[in-house]
Write a protein that binds this ligand. Structure first.
Ligand code: FES
Length: 124
């Protein structure tokens, strides 16, 4: 399988990419098997993800997966966003080449990390 048009679209023009200096929370995930990494930032209002940004260092599939994760998460409640799976990202991208399926996990893992950090912060 080659990269789908949807994957190429998100690789060539990643959605919501960038830093967020005034983020309510930030979280990171690095894939130890390949060294790719992702930092994700959230703005949360009334338990809803109002803004999401990320900086990604990785392969085409990692960039497209981070972009799709951000699209799926924006506007969702924190609890809804926590249920987004790498399978959801894969489906939304129309699949990935078999060697790249693990890359769909990078955005979801960073998202769960940043939500977890946000929830810890608001309890403190
Ligand atoms: Fe590591 Fe794609 S090769 S996330």
């Amino acid at each position: 399988m080659e990269y789908t048009d949807k994957t190429m679209e998100h690789f060539m023009c990643p959605q919501n990419v960038g830093s967020m200096p005034d983020a309510d929370a930030r979280g990171a995930y690095g894939d130890p098997s390949c060294g790719d990494s992702l930092m994700m930032f959230l703005k949360v209002d009334n338990n809803t993800i109002k803004e999401i940004r990320y900086l990604v260092f990785g392969c085409c599939a990692a960039i497209a997966s981070a972009s799709m994760t951000s699209v799926l998460a924006k506007g969702k409640s924190l609890e809804e966003a926590e249920t987004i799976s790498d399978g959801d990202v894969l489906t939304a991208l129309g699949g990935l080449p078999s060697m790249k399926i693990h890359c769909s996990n990078i955005g979801v893992s960073a998202l769960r990390s940043v939500i977890k950090k946000y929830k810890i912060q608001i309890k403190e």
